[in-house]
Design a protein around this ligand. Structure first.
Ligand SMILES: Nc1nc2c(ncn2[C@@H]2O[C@H](COP(=O)(O)OP(=O)(O)O)[C@@H](O)[C@H]2O)c(=O)[nH]1
Ligand SMILES: [Mg+2]
Ligand SMILES: [Zn+2]
Length: 358
């Protein structure tokens, strides 16, 4: 029995010109195109737009896979063989990715975990009650580095008084970030977000556990499709309770990936992402005495001077240093990392002390 290469409903999964331009090499003969819609530890679900199938990796795939990033993650386009009247799919290859989100594995300095692939927009969700601007920067760096456009959403706005909302707006305007306030319990902001979503594009919900990511997705779907509040940071033993990630299509045509909360968000070797995130530094950096200034301790560093004059916020600079050191750490070889691992925390502390006196 032969199946069509591309299901006529593949478009609703975000099939577009970009993936069309790469799929011809992979989607031929007995293979057809599908997207990974769920990853739960090592089990997968894929969809071709009309059929949702549980999926297994082919023997050759398993044999050839060498590293974490070779394996499929949610959002990936894959070449499959549909079997048993579309109940089972064998995954033969993962198509090249437009973007890939990954993070450092919890508690480990070495090794990483894939979050999602082929994401256009990252929806960073934070509770308006507990905004964390340093963490926000971390997400910006991660998204900028992967070429994913960040959108910031502050949820639970219903829990803030008008005065508190104004205070928060004051803090945020200073940073000049684009953001949105929403409440998932009263009519507020969700419609603005929903009106601005782009059909055919893939959005990934990011943020700590309990901030309201799944509630927001349910609101956007207009029904309670996903269970909220079920994802806890830790169980009694302090381990993650779930690793499930799911992709779902809104009626309006945009595609959403929900992720469980992340206890720890580590970045990898970062190049452009860091400069892009702290781009207000760049005008000062041109005036540093040394062209290769690292803005960490140098004499004549215009950034350090700007901090002393109060033109750049010290907290942002400290966060910049921290992320920069981390990034350099991830750029090292495996063995260098193991060696440095223990002294890492101390290293960051010392840099902060040296750079900012008093
Ligand atoms: N007051 C208020 N509570 C919310 C809001 N959004 C989510 N919650 C609650 O916050 C808890 C965690 O929500 P959930 O969507 O599961 O968060 P997730 O872990 O980020 O997916 C649940 O008890 C929700 O009812 C909101 O906008 N306002
Ligand atoms: Mg959730
Ligand atoms: Zn400098």
């Amino acid at each position: 029995m032969s199946y069509p290469i591309k299901n006529e409903n593949i478009g609703k999964l975000g099939y577009n010109e970009w993936i069309q331009s790469v799929d011809t090499e992979y989607i031929k003969n007995e293979f057809s195109l599908a997207r990974v819609i769920e990853v739960n530890r090592n089990s997968y679900m894929v969809s071709d737009g009309s059929h949702e199938m549980s999926a297994e990796l082919s023997g050759k795939f398993m044999f050839d896979a060498e590293q974490t990033s070779d394996f499929p993650t949610v959002g990936d386009w894959v070449a499959i063989q549909a079997l048993d009247n579309y109940t089972l799919a064998i995954v033969h290859s993962v198509l090249p990715r437009k973007s890939l989100l990954k993070r450092k594995e919890a508690g480990k300095r070495v090794g990483f975990q894939l979050i999602a692939a082929n994401i256009d927009f990252g929806l960073i969700v934070q509770s308006a009650e507990h905004p964390n601007l340093n963490l926000l920067d971390r997400y910006f760096v991660m998204l900028n580095e992967s070429g994913i456009e960040p959108i910031v959403v502050f949820s639970k706005i219903d829990l803030l008084s008008i005065a508190e909302q104004d205070d928060l707006k004051g803090v945020l305007s200073k940073l000049g970030n684009r953001y949105l306030f929403v409440s998932n319990v009263v009519e507020n902001g969700v419609k603005t977000l929903s009106d601005n979503l782009v059909a055919g594009r893939t959005y990934c919900l990011l943020g700590q556990s309990g901030v309201g990511k799944t509630s927001l997705l349910n609101r956007l779907l207009g029904k309670d499709s996903f269970r909220i509040g079920e994802v806890r940071e830790k169980d009694g033993k302090g381990r993650h309770t779930t690793v499930r990630r799911q992709l779902t299509c809104l009626d309006s045509g945009s595609i959403f990936i929900d992720t469980p909360g992340m206890r720890e968000l580590g970045n990898f070797e970062i190049k452009s992402g860091l400069d892009q995130t702290f781009d207000e530094f760049s005008a000062y950096a041109l005036k540093c005495r040394f062209r290769n200034c690292t803005h960490t301790h140098e004499e004549g560093c215009a950034i350090i001077e700007a901090i002393e004059k109060g033109e750049i916020e010290e907290g942002r600079f400290k966060n910049y240093l921290k992320l920069k050191k981390e990034s350099e750490f991830y750029g090292m070889s495996y063995h260098e990392k193991r060696k440095k691992d223990k002294s890492f925390g101390k290293m960051v502390k010392n840099y902060n002390k040296r750079a900012i006196k008093g």
